[in-house]
Ligand binder design. Sequence first.
Ligand code: FAD
Ligand code: NAG
Length: 422
Amino acid sequence: MSPDSTRLRILIVGGGLAGLAAASFLRERHEVTVLERSKLDFSRNDYAISVAPNTHRLLLEQGIEDAHLKAMVLTYVWGCDADGKIVRETLAESLARFGTTTIFTRRSRLHAELHSLATGDRRPGNPARIIEEVKITAVDVAQGIITTESDDTYSGDLIIGADGINSAVRAAVLSTRSGSVDVAGGTAAVPSGLAAYLCTVPNAVLRDDPVLAFQTGEKSGMAAFQGTDPRKRVLVLPADSEDFQIVAYHPEDRWVERFTQGGSSILKDVSAERAVEDFLDFHPSIQKMLASATPPDVWRIRDLERLPSWHSGKTVLIGDAAHAVTPHFGQGCNIAIEDGEALGYFLRNVTSPAQIPIALEHFETIRIPRVHMVQFASRQVGGLLSEEERKKAAPFDSSAFMAKVYGYTSAEDTWEALKAGE
Ligand SMILES: Cc1cc2nc3c(=O)[nH]c(=O)nc-3n(C[C@H](O)[C@H](O)[C@H](O)COP(=O)(O)OP(=O)(O)OC[C@H]3O[C@@H](n4cnc5c(N)ncnc54)[C@H](O)[C@@H]3O)c2cc1C
Ligand SMILES: *[C@@H]1O[C@H](CO)[C@@H](O)[C@H](O)[C@H]1NC(C)=O
């Protein structure tokens, strides 16, 4: 119990990007404890992700340092065909249009930086307490009590489920609501039919290839090689100053059995030959790049059906636990971090548990429509809409979408605009 009784005791389940970001935004006013299943390891040089202006802005305000992230700034986006021909070159106008750059960093570096904001002395308030290697066996959503395998219990004024796409907290929240809402299909991740190879390749491999060298000159950025099969797409983006990250989307067919048998959505270190085989209809340079890369991991691409609500009793869901999206816009972790900022805002003036329910209602009021817009667009550009949805949907307007997503400034601005009837 904290000595200051106006500070809420908040338990966050999951110390991933969403959980640690939320801890960083909440620690100023509240006492935060994070319960994480695994041992946190920031040394793994894992995959590169994009941090877009909407989130980069929020994190810079928190004191995040691009130098710690070894951030690579996105300046150009190239649309290419499967033959490697550049079809479109777009200057990424993030800074000019949205006041903040889009960057690429390794997930592990962003994770480490968020950990430092949550637990170090760069933020006001008490450091969040992070408890690792905790196995949760029960979540009492109504009472705010978590029980672990070793029979410890943790109780809080609020539980935040930030435990990812296979969230245990989500299952607990939905089971309390199933009397009143239809949750059929809403409890489990939905395979999209796509898989992606993730691997990295040294800059030199691109630089020495006449078809691919354009990414290693003066202009830096991301290239997307689109196959004639709309499900085949190879993204190449700078992971850091030495390597490029490859994310190669393809139909998941050949992997389905292993995904299902192994019960895992990630297959580690498959052979690069398999990746090459899947892209035989692409330019030989692209095949050579795949062959020269680190042995790829294969990720099953999944998202979640919309949940009608993210909270119940003393528990609320954020990040992938609430709204996993397919990675077509690279917004998954971005909207997860926005969630943390929004919780920080709506709980800023909350000084007693009785005020929490209305704060969570307001949180959902601004978060759910925004996240569903991103989810729908991700499915739309990924070619994953149902027949019926496709008929009803307006053609995708990329420029309007970017303005809405990247132009986001804060929960406070969104809430004020909503109240003013904008
Ligand atoms: C191929 C691919 C590329 C992507 N690229 C991008 C990108 O460029 N930009 C972007 O924004 N997003 C991207 N994403 C999405 C992004 O990785 C996720 O949206 C983001 O990691 C979600 O963060 P999270 O904290 O909600 O979940 P997670 O990162 O899954 O974290 C959940 C945490 O909870 C812990 N946990 C799980 N269960 C329990 C439990 N029962 N008890 C305690 N702890 C538990 C886990 O160990 C983990 O630490 C990509 C995803 C994929 C698959
Ligand atoms: C919290 O209080 C401050 C100062 O009174 C106010 O500016 C802010 O809008 C309040 N936040 C919320 C979420 O009501």
